[in-house]
Ligand binder design. Sequence first.
Ligand code: SF4
Length: 275
Amino acid sequence: MDDLGQIAGAAFSDETGAEVPTPSRRHTPTVAAEVLNRMHRGSAPEEILADTILGQYPGGVALVSSFGADSAVLLHMVSRIDPALPVLFLETGMLFPETLAYQRRLAAELGLTDVRLVRPAADDLAAEDPDGRLHGTDPDRCCAIRKTLPLRRALAPFDAWITGRKRAQAETRAGMAVFEPEDGTGRVKVNPLADWDLRRVRAHIEAWDLPRHPLVAKGYPSIGCAPCTTRVRPGEDPRAGRWRGREKIECGIHFDGTRWVRTPPGAAGVVSSFP
Ligand code: SF4
């Protein structure tokens, strides 16, 4: 940890100069998110992360990462603040071998000491997907037992979680706040990269010479499970390779508004990301 750690616990003020009280777990997620959004208006992602991890939710926050195409950015920032932060990695049992190797390499290079592989429940697999083909007949249910339900169980001990979502990813995320109360769970969801686009992601990766997922160079700008991910042609939406040929466009971990809307093909600034 370096000077980023000093941000935690610092006094914050709003745009009028008035001091803003530090939210705590005593507040409801709605109140905490509202105050934190005021406190961090204009803050850099590293400042948001430092205050979340060390100031607001010490011991009570996890980062959820896919170790996908642009995951290195948040993982790198977190490693400079608290390399022991719990990192939840959804190991669905259907990932590319390259993703598993990249996860190990990135965690080792960044010194992350608490990467937790979150796996589906054996009972769910035995009952609903014994031959591993559910993705072909009912991908929503497959994502439920391999991603959504395991993540829900893994997040149960935490008060907040950090995601890599960005406003530029989809129309429905255009108004996404950095701190969001999560319906029905009592948690706060933190999106430190909400303001970032693909250009800034690439610039950070290049500036810090971070390892890239090996499949990016092979035409996969968005990387999920192997059976549900194909290469993307030039000009296509970076997420066009996910569940290609199906109506499905998201796995159900994040729901923005009332429906999922894929960003138009070729839209500028679209960033591939988990999930
Ligand atoms: S992305 Fe495909 S294989 Fe992975 S959990 Fe969802 S449906 Fe199943």
